[in-house]
Design a protein around this ligand. Sequence first.
Ligand code: IPE
Ligand code: IPE
Ligand code: MG
Length: 226
Amino acid sequence: MIHPNHVAIIMDGNGRWGIKNFNNRAKGHEYGVKNIKPIIEFCISNKIKNLTLYALSKDNFLKRKKKELKNIFYLFEKYFNKQKTFFEKKKINLFFIGENTGLPNNIKKIMSSINKKSDIKNINLNLCIAFNYSSKLEIIKSFKKTLSQNKSFNTKNIQKNLFTGKINDPEIIIRTGGMNRLSDFLLWQSAYSEIYFVKTLWPDFTVRKLKNILTQFNTIKRNFGA
Ligand code: IPE
Ligand code: IPE
Ligand code: MG
């Protein structure tokens, strides 16, 4: 089986899972976070080099209730503090894409200290977390950066100046939770991605389900317009 180089996942459905199982949306986010590790470990053991996870959109940050966001930030801080040694031991290069303006200071600090350490050499996996992320804003920023570098607006330059600049576009994008949309995620990078919309809510998404998608992916011929 040929494994993709880059898998991206829109981890949707936490709230509904929490309501269904505990009558509590917050529980859904808690179990959603727990579901990340087995997916990371699967990617490492199958030599999938890049994994991008959509954890919070810019619109989530702007439109979700304060209480829900507070809980998400709490889980974020706990998770990245607790998993530090796991990431180091597994040689995972962790980095964030998205805006940090407006986020609480403790979250900004975690994001920037992790991004500073980010190093693409000698690693098993690039783990990219999209947090307070908007693909439209990312594209605008890339154009602005390209302009400031006095470079021309061609695909290569714009691509390089995206937050995801150093990594290849995802061959596969998975969205859990049953909605058939991208919700402002990797709009540029998804030009030729295979997109899998699955009904499973994120906390119930297993490695087995990921394997099924990879098997399907192997039957597909990608043409890139040819
Ligand atoms: C996705 O789950 C995670 C975040 C947006 C933080 P949701 O919170 O959107 O869960 P549903 O879609 O309401 O079930
Ligand atoms: C997209 O899910 C963002 C993440 C999963 C992080 P949403 O639940 O915010 O998407 P919409 O609002 O249903 O499109
Ligand atoms: Mg949702």
